[in-house]
Design a protein around this ligand. Structure first.
Ligand SMILES: *[C@@H]1O[C@H](CO)[C@@H](O)[C@H](O)[C@H]1NC(C)=O
Ligand SMILES: *[C@@H]1O[C@H](CO)[C@@H](O)[C@H](O)[C@H]1NC(C)=O
Ligand SMILES: *[C@@H]1O[C@H](CO)[C@@H](O)[C@H](O)[C@H]1NC(C)=O
Ligand SMILES: *[C@@H]1O[C@H](CO)[C@@H](O)[C@H](O)[C@H]1NC(C)=O
Length: 338
């Protein structure tokens, strides 16, 4: 890292003949630097000062090297590439976008769960994306670490549309600003628990995002000025939700009813661009750090997961996870039941 920084400094602080910055000598290629500049422009990255810019550039180049080495792995079932996260180290990515404060949970995680029941047999595959008026376009939580609120809204929206026949957008910002004020542990952009978001909506209702738009910040603009829908038809009041038992059949069965909130370890997800992701260790409950929404499974049992990192991440905002409890996907999932 030290050496890389110095090299990059040399190549940019003064104008040297490009041969001096040749990769054969310095291990940084002009091609890679051009890739960085193009990426920086495309993602409109603005840095505080030159030091930060050089640091980000060196992180980017390290990530780029990892991406290239993954591309040469012929066994890989998924692809990686550049996206909005490419100038963060894995540790920074965790700090900024994953829910790493789960030790603050006030009550222990419930390890049991229900085996949902269907009248008929479960489908061999299901994909809620193909059903009209169930899912909103992919959202982007930006710089606010509130995947708990996006996960909660992510299951309330499809439940409401399946039950009431109207697809609405609900307000993550209301949960971000109001849930803590209402006495729950979850705390806006600092992180939180999906269960708090749904429990809040059961009690106070959730309004549409048009009346409480997303600002990606904790309460500076509205500071929880709206607490309930003006009329029941304006927002949504869920009545109950249930934890799904920790097995594939239970999650599949629940998915035949509605999209299901899942909690996963997304530590290794930052550069995922497509395919069946399987690069997770043996995840335990304590490792789970991202709420997302399962929207289906294919005939091989791979899970289709909807994320809130915009459409520039993954498969237009989605990821497919290998069958089984990949990244802990079976450990802590919930669906709304009424
Ligand atoms: C530069 O890369 C080559 C192989 O790509 C490697 O053998 C060499 O050790 C690297 N040099 C330095 C100084 O890191
Ligand atoms: C985790 O909690 C600490 C202390 O409460 C806080 O400073 C930090 O911002 C939180 N981390 C995230 C990612 O929200
Ligand atoms: C937001 O609420 C807090 C108290 O919870 C208060 O101290 C602060 O002044 C309020 N900010 C705005 C912008 O209304
Ligand atoms: C991330 O990937 C590495 C291998 O590249 C693996 O060893 C590790 O267990 C994975 N971490 C998590 C949290 O899944």
């Amino acid at each position: 890292m030290q050496k890389l920084l110095i090299t990059v400094l040399l190549c940019f602080a003064v104008i040297l003949p490009s041969t001096l910055c040749d990769d054969s000598q310095q291990n940084i290629s002009v091609q890679d630097l051009l890739t960085y500049n193009k990426w920086k422009l495309q993602h409109q990255k603005v840095y505080l000062n030159e030091d930060e810019q050089l640091y980000r550039q060196s992180v980017f180049l390290e990530n780029l090297a990892k991406i290239k080495s993954h591309a040469s792995d012929t066994e890989a079932t998924y692809t990686v590439g550049l996206n909005q996260f490419s100038d963060y180290t894995q540790e920074e990515f965790k700090q900024r976008f994953l829910n790493i404060n789960l030790s603050q949970r006030s009550t222990p995680l419930d390890v049991s769960g229900d085996q949902p029941r269907l009248l008929g047999a479960i489908a061999t595959s299901i994909d809620w994306r193909t059903k009209p008026n169930v899912l909103n376009p992919i959202k982007d939580l930006g710089q606010c670490n509130a995947n708990w609120a996006f996960g909660a809204v992510g299951v309330m929206e499809p439940f409401n549309s399946i039950k009431n026949g109207v697809l609405k957008k609900f307000s993550e910002q209301q949960l971000i600003e109001c849930v803590h004020k209402a006495g729950f542990t979850s705390n806006g952009c600092q992180g939180g628990f999906l269960e708090d978001g749904i429990n809040y909506a059961i009690k106070y209702g959730i309004v549409q995002s048009s009346s409480y738009p997303y600002t990606a910040s904790t309460g500076i603009v509205k500071n929880c000025t709206i607490t309930s829908p003006t009329s029941p038809s304006d927002g949504f009041y869920p009545q109950s939700f249930q934890k799904v038992a920790q097995n594939s059949l239970a999650l599949k069965t629940a998915l035949n009813l509605y999209p299901v909130a899942v909690q996963i370890d997304a530590t290794n997800w930052s550069s995922y661009t497509g395919g069946i992701f399987n690069n997770c260790g043996s995840t335990t409950l304590q490792d789970l750090n991202l709420y997302a929404v399962a929207v289906g499974y294919d005939a091989q049992g791979n899970w289709i997961i909807r994320n809130s990192w915009g459409t520039t991440w993954g498969e237009k905002g989605y990821i497919r996870l290998a069958a089984g409890s990949t990244c802990g996907v079976l450990l802590n999932s919930f669906y709304i039941t009424a």
